[in-house]
Design a protein around this ligand. Structure first.
Ligand code: ADP
Ligand code: 5GP
Length: 206
């Protein structure tokens, strides 16, 4: 057993399929807790406040920053996005594996604050497929899609700072890979110090 939950950051170009992968993982396995971010962007059709995001005004968001309620925050294509701290800390302490689905600037800030964070990058197999998925989602205008493709070019520069790269081609395989990587992480000796200590003590008594 690991001592406490593992904090995992999942990043990837908008349209890579992160949300889809997360939904599958949450439906399939029980030990994960998905952090819900705050954002100033408007809800997409079908999104609900408190489910996909906590939708905030700029004033409300800036108040959260001032009160240090966020682990990190970043601006992404004209909006603020940030991770509320309380939930993450509480769930990790309860032994849950917490997943943050956030962009790269935020990911690196989280890693700085919590060096044991596992950084995963999800990408579609090709750039063309990325554009197709953004179009296929049908929730953004052509302009917004172009903005997101531009942003993807910038984000690609940071891909090699992540611990693992996962190609979301066949959804099923991608979901299993994410799960296996996080479970593998639990087995690292540096995350099992209490067990090691206990075993050493037991052996002394034999
Ligand atoms: P993100 O959260 O990374 O922005 P989404 O989860 O919204 O991406 O996925 C973008 C679009 O791509 C959605 O329409 C989704 O149904 C589709 N999609 C996700 N994963 C796959 C996949 N493995 N193969 C084909 N389409 C996918
Ligand atoms: P979207 O508008 O498509 O939901 O999200 C846009 C981008 O913001 C995605 O790359 C998503 O991962 C990122 N994002 C979502 N929540 C947060 C957050 O709390 N902090 C940061 N830094 N990025 C976030």
């Amino acid at each position: 057993m690991g001592e406490r939950g593992i904090l995992t950051v999942v990043s990837g170009f908008s349209g890579a399929g992160k949300g889809t992968v997360m939904k599958e993982i949450m439906g399939r396995y029980e030990n994960y807790a998905l952090s819900i971010s705050a954002t100033t962007r408007k809800p997409r059709p079908g999104e609900e406040d408190g489910r996909e995001y906590f939708f905030k005004t700029v004033e409300e968001f800036e108040k959260m920053i001032a009160k240090e309620e966020l682990i990190e925050y970043a601006r992404y294509v004209d909006n603020y996005y940030g991770t509320p701290k309380a939930y993450v800390v509480e769930q990790l302490e309860a032994g849950k594996d917490v997943i943050l689905e956030i962009e790269i600037q935020g990911a690196l800030k989280v890693k700085e604050k919590f060096p044991q964070t596992l950084l995963l990058f999800i990408t579609p197999p090709t750039a063309r497929e990325l554009r197709n998925r953004l179009k296929g989602r049908g929730t953004e205008t052509e302009d917004v899609i172009n903005g997101r493709m531009d942003r993807a070019k910038e984000e690609a520069e940071g891909m090699d700072q992540y611990d693992y790269l996962i190609v979301n081609d066949v959804l099923e395989e991608c979901v299993e890979q994410v799960h296996q990587i996080i479970q593998g992480e639990h087995r690292r000796c540096c995350r099992n110090k209490a067990f090691i200590k206990h075993m050493k003590e037991e052996l002394k008594g034999e």
